[in-house]
Design a protein around this ligand. Structure first.
Ligand SMILES: C[S@@+](CC[C@H](N)C(=O)[O-])C[C@H]1O[C@@H](n2cnc3c(N)ncnc32)[C@H](O)[C@@H]1O
Length: 296
């Protein structure tokens, strides 16, 4: 399957990371390899990019691109970035330090389009929104086992969904009759209990799918845990750049930057994409970029 993803805010990322020959970087979210390849080209043979992704599809696609472009300074790692420190120890050395570390959170367009997985509410797919194969529980497990208060909470907190309780209640009722197994099963439930006028702006399943994806992959928990590790892996003046797409993610990054005495904030307010990028790439519309530098 062709892997399609347009990198968000690539120019700004390169601006903050300032790649030059011999520098070393970690791209914690390889995706379509847009950042990784751009960094690898700038750092040259003496430099290095470690690129991590939980998704085997991203690794396979990047392996092909790297071979095509004859780049020999990229190390691809199929793992969760929550294991960042262990990855660096294994792949480089326990003492290794980097000039920059970048996160571009969430999912790629290729994952959304992958028919084998349930990231999209269009069509009928298995209800699974795991980025990788190592998740303890699938999205279907969450939908079919979480209590009414738990479902309501994740729909409210991660989805900011005003009909959170109503949708959660209907899920709990529906699963008494039959396991909710596909994206179609879930979409039908959501459509049934949300008022028709609510369907006109964005599809009523959008926020629920986002919430379930975040819960399935424990996205906020993993982000919170990895940020201190990322700072510890930076050289003095090394830079940490995070692109987020959800207010909860951005809040975590903002607070972490504020509370950490080891770093200097480079973006007082988060950077957002240019109007032109937003027009050309609708996925970029909710992006927020924050950057910080390790104190020398
Ligand atoms: C938005 S895409 C990155 C796109 C990339 N910057 C580019 O230019 O093509 C996010 C990627 O991060 C991966 N990802 C999300 N959470 C992860 C985690 N905890 N560990 C490893 N990879 C993760 C997803 O599988 C996805 O491929």
């Amino acid at each position: 399957m062709a892997y399609f993803h347009v990198s968000v805010m690539l120019k700004e990322i390169l601006n903050y990371l300032d790649p030059r020959p011999g520098k070393k970087y970690i791209d914690c979210t390889l995706g379509g390899a847009g950042y990784t390849i751009a960094l690898a080209k700038e750092v040259g043979e003496q430099g290095q990019v470690i690129a991590i992704d939980l998704d085997e599809l991203a690794i396979k696609n990047a392996t092909r691109l790297i071979a095509q472009q004859k780049l020999e300074n990229i190390v691809l790692v199929n793992d969760n970035f929550k294991n960042l420190k262990a990855v660096v120890s294994e792949q480089v050395s326990p003492e290794a330090k980097f000039d920059g570390i970048v996160f571009d959170l969430g999912l790629s367009s290729a994952q959304l389009d992958d028919e084998a997985r349930g990231f999209s509410f269009k069509g009928e797919r298995p209800l699974d929104m795991s980025f990788g194969p190592k998740n303890e529980r699938s999205t279907a497990d969450i939908v079919n086992t979480y209590s009414l208060p738990e479902l309501t909470r994740i729909f409210q907190e991660y989805g900011e969904e005003r009909y959170a309780y109503r949708i959660a209640k209907e899920i709990v009722e529906a699963r008494k009759k039959k396991r909710i197994a596909s994206t179609h099963d879930l979409v039908s439930i959501i459509e049934k209990v949300t008022p028709f006028r609510y369907h006109s702006k964005i599809h009523p399943a959008t926020r629920i799918f986002q919430a379930l994806r975040m819960e399935t992959n424990e996205e906020l928990k993993v982000l919170e845990a990895v940020l201190p590790d990322a700072v510890s892996l930076l050289k003095p003046y090394g830079r940490l750049v995070v692109v987020s797409f959800h207010s909860g993610e951005d809040r975590i990054v903002k607070q972490f930057f504020k509370d950490n005495p080891e770093i200097k904030i480079l973006t007082k307010k988060p950077l957002i994409p240019t109007a032109e990028e937003m027009v050309n790439n609708s996925r970029a519309r909710s992006a927020k970029l924050r950057a910080a530098e390790k104190i020398g």
